[in-house]
Ligand binder design. Structure first.
Ligand code: CTP
Ligand code: CA
Length: 225
């Protein structure tokens, strides 16, 4: 019946999703991370599974996803990049919902870093991480690539720039500066951007609802009825 046809829109399509905030080690007891909870990525993975896809979730959260989803735990950006690179040729849709650290400590201390007597400040040297999605955008063949943009100002303008610069097919613009939506929250509100199409506003709703809407927009964009 109609529902099962609709839910099966990604039947046997290989979908790879990243979730959570990356963690970059400073020393054996400290790491640099961000406020991403991974909820949006997990909700997307569940929605893709529901649509019939073959789903792989590359996650930093340590949480096992629901049965039927292939789980690849990673911690830092370079592990995440490697996990994606290894699966890219065999994937049809890649969704980068993870909050990827732009910077990592230049050196990882082998022992816990100790305070020195009288020390009042500490400078941590950081180096740029690779831009994973831009790398995938440059090498994509048949893959449909979806990025997220976390912004606290000029949401659409900033996100439009990322859509073009990273060669992604769809960008989910996410205002992370508002209380009650975005990082850590149960709800989200996003705008879907695709080149040559008007922005599609998805008003505030539980992340599971937003995820189902995003998955259905991706399915529609790949194979319009
Ligand atoms: N991203 C990535 N690799 C990075 C940084 C970001 O793959 N090193 C991906 C994110 O997963 C997301 C998209 O790029 O899908 C946009 O991330 P965002 O942090 O919003 O954009 P940046 O390009 O890093 O720009 P800035 O943080 O300076 O706004
Ligand atoms: Ca960033």
């Amino acid at each position: 019946y109609v529902m099962s046809r609709r839910q099966g829109r990604l039947q046997d399509v290989h979908v790879v999703i990243t979730a959570g905030g990356t963690q970059e080690p400073i020393d054996p007891v400290r790491r640099l991370t961000n406020r991403s909870s991974g909820k949006m990525g997990y909700a997307l993975a569940a929605a893709a599974l529901q649509a019939g896809a073959n789903v792989t979730l590359i996650s930093t959260t340590g949480r096992q996803p629901p049965f039927g989803i292939t789980y690849v735990p990673v911690t830092d950006v370079r592990q995440m990049q490697q996990a994606l690179t290894a699966r890219f040729a065999a994937s049809d849709i890649v969704i980068m919902a993870a909050a990827v650290a732009d910077w990592r400590p230049a050196r990882v201390a082998q022992e816990k870093i100790k305070k020195q007597p009288g020390q009042e400040t500490w400078q941590l040297d950081l180096v740029r991480n690779p831009d994973i999605i831009a790398g995938l955008g440059a090498q994509k063949t048949h893959q449909f690539l979806v990025g997220f943009a976390a912004e606290t100002q000029d949401l659409i303008a900033n996100a439009e720039k990322k859509l073009a610069a990273k060669h992604v097919d769809m960008l989910v613009a996410n205002d992370v500066g508002k209380p009650g939506i975005g990082f850590g929250a149960e709800d989200n509100a996003v705008v879907l951007l695709q080149s040559g199409t008007a922005p599609q506003y998805l008003p505030k709703a539980p992340k599971t609802t937003i995820a189902a809407q995003v998955i259905s927009a991706i399915a529609a964009a790949r194979t319009p009825d």
